[in-house]
Design a protein around this ligand. Structure first.
Ligand code: RNT
Ligand code: ZN
Length: 421
């Protein structure tokens, strides 16, 4: 896109927003607070780099599609992530799963992973001027095949996963110390039951006990923070999820943990954007997994839709930037994976920019004066304000392709790199 045209269009947009009391320069400045934690698992369909017989089955998550060119080595994965980051305005973080360690061709089981396997990632993050968040990998493993990990009634299996939890916390604290910024560790387990269970209470009390054991050691919040991710149901585990929302919200409140809200983990008419201000009355901080569920927790690439917009608007309206960590969680194996990242991350960023271009104070006053027609009318008018011109200008000043011009760059990378894999 021609930069002179982008600048001209921005100037016109600036005037239009000024007319409704919105300062576009301030909105652009506000984008500095928007840091997205980009999940690593779109690079390879949640494969990871362990040499084991693990497969992504039975764990309540599923990547579908076999688009060519997925990353199969750490080098390829880093190259892909670097390409993605070059196409995104601003600086993003990386959310890494434990199964993506540098295991040097050896099989390292989940109860044996340690900081040494993530030194290369810490170095990489430093070289990229970014930081890492972390996730335990409690699926794609023979010891997860029964459908129970931390809530297992098999004591050996339970202890194996408690050890994994402990190790992921140690790794997170190491990463946090290395990068000088706290590493958010998310714990999600697939545990649940395909058909109607008898002992719901038994599994939940075992999960509570396992978490208590795994979280025994105190780490400074300067280095790492624990989050727990709830879920409604998983594929093959439809009847009951041990770590339900009630369970984890209760656990998080009582134990001073972050609650992780994944937008694919609730009944389809529930909105995560509505949950943020509820949870934050009772927990200090929230982690988000922004995703796009279609009919179920399908983890489609995030697009700019009402659900994502409400999330961003709630964070911006309440200036929750220091209390809400925004992570992404999608894995579409049916399209170019680099393109998937760019679409999804930009969609989340766009939602934040739109939220920053809202005359929130005026809308709040209309609301308080019960002028609901005017509130609704303004919300409708805002939808057709020249947001795209501000977005393109934001890309321009961040020196990344504006508008659709990233498509050609993704295609070029596919031609030069991905198609040769
Ligand atoms: C699964 C959870 C979880 C995973 C990642 C790979 O339903 O959303 O966050 O998607 O850990
Ligand atoms: Zn998730």
């Amino acid at each position: 896109m021609n930069s002179e045209i982008i600048k001209k269009q921005y100037e016109l947009a600036k005037e239009q927003y000024a007319a409704i009391g919105v300062d576009t320069e301030k909105a652009l400045e506000g984008m500095k607070n928007v840091v997205i934690s980009m999940h690593c698992w779109q690079t390879d369909d949640v494969g990871g780099f362990e040499t084991s017989d693990a497969s992504l089955s039975g764990g309540g998550i599923q990547a579908t599609g076999n688009y060519p060119g997925k990353a199969t080595t750490i080098e390829q994965m880093r190259a892909d992530l670097e390409k993605v980051m070059q196409l995104l305005p601003g600086k993003q973080r990386l959310s890494l799963h434990a199964s993506y360690g540098e295991f040097g061709g050896k099989f390292v089981d989940r109860d044996a992973v340690g900081p040494e396997h993530f030194k290369g990632w810490a170095d990489w993050a430093r070289s990229q001027g970014t930081a890492i968040d972390f996730n335990g990998t409690f699926f794609s493993h023979p010891k997860a095949a029964s459908g129970f990990t931390l809530s297992s009634k098999n004591e050996g299996i339970r202890q194996f996963w408690v050890e994994h939890l402990k190790r992921t916390r140690e790794i997170s604290a190491y990463l946090g110390e290395q990068q000088g910024s706290p590493c958010v560790l998310n714990t999600w387990i697939p545990d649940g039951s395909k058909d109607i269970p008898i002992d719901r209470n038994g599994y939940r009390s075992i999960l509570k006990k396992s978490l208590d054991e795994g979280y025994q050691k105190e780490y400074s919040g300067k280095f790492m923070k624990d989050a727990v991710e709830s879920k409604l149901f998983g594929i093959g585990l439809e009847a009951m999820t041990v770590g339900s929302h009630d369970f984890y919200l209760g656990y998080a409140i009582k134990n001073n943990k972050l609650i992780c809200l994944d937008s694919g983990h609730f009944h389809p008419t529930e909105q995560v954007g509505d949950k943020i201000s509820s949870c934050l009355q009772f927990v200090d901080e929230v982690l988000l997994h922004v995703t796009r569920p279609i009919r179920w927790d399908s983890d489609h690439v995030v697009t700019l839709n009402d659900d994502v917009q409400l999330i961003a608007s709630e964070i911006v309206r309440n200036n929750f930037f220091d209390r809400v960590y925004t992570g992404l969680d999608f894995f579409d194996a049916s399209i170019n994976r680099i393109g998937a990242y760019v679409i999804g991350t930009r969609a989340a960023q766009k939602a934040f920019l739109i939220a920053l271009l809202e005359p929130t104070q005026q809308l709040k006053e209309l609301e308080e004066q019960e002028r609901f027609f005017e509130r609704l009318a303004m919300l409708e008018e805002l939808k057709t304000k020249p947001f795209g011109a501000v977005w393109d200008y934001f890309c321009l000043i961040n020196d990344v392709p504006a508008g659709e011009s990233y498509i050609a760059e993704v295609n070029q990378y596919e031609k030069d790199v991905l198609s040769k894999r």
